[in-house]
Write a protein that binds this ligand. Structure first.
Ligand SMILES: [Zn+2]
Length: 103
């Protein structure tokens, strides 16, 4: 992220989900998402009340207001991602493609 200075990178909490990168600013309680499929597309900074990252799973929940009625739920993207299949699916499909090409 060369749009952010080192100081800003230290300040932000960054979470990767399958389709976007989430930037949380705990000081000003705001966050934005950078879409992975189009690197220049980012959402506006939105206010959030609190962020809950589940330690025993890949899930995290963003509460948008103090009453907890508005929330966003997502999952951290991991190496062996259960949500999108991660790299394993990509490698298998590439091998499958090679097999098809050889026939
Ligand atoms: Zn994923």
């Amino acid at each position: 992220m060369d749009v952010l200075s080192d100081k800003e990178q230290e300040r932000f909490l960054v979470l990767e989900s399958c389709h976007s990168t989430w930037f949380f600013d705990p000081v000003e309680q705001k966050f934005c998402r950078l879409m992975k499929d189009s690197k220049s597309v980012a959402t506006e900074w939105l206010h959030y009340d609190k962020l809950v990252v589940h330690e025993d799973s890949d899930a995290f929940v963003v509460f948008l207001d103090a009453s907890g009625t508005k929330l966003l739920r997502s999952w951290r993207h991991t190496d062996h991602c259960e949500q999108c299949g991660g790299n394993a699916t990509a490698e298998i499909s590439l091998e499958d493609l090679r097999k098809v090409m050889q026939l």
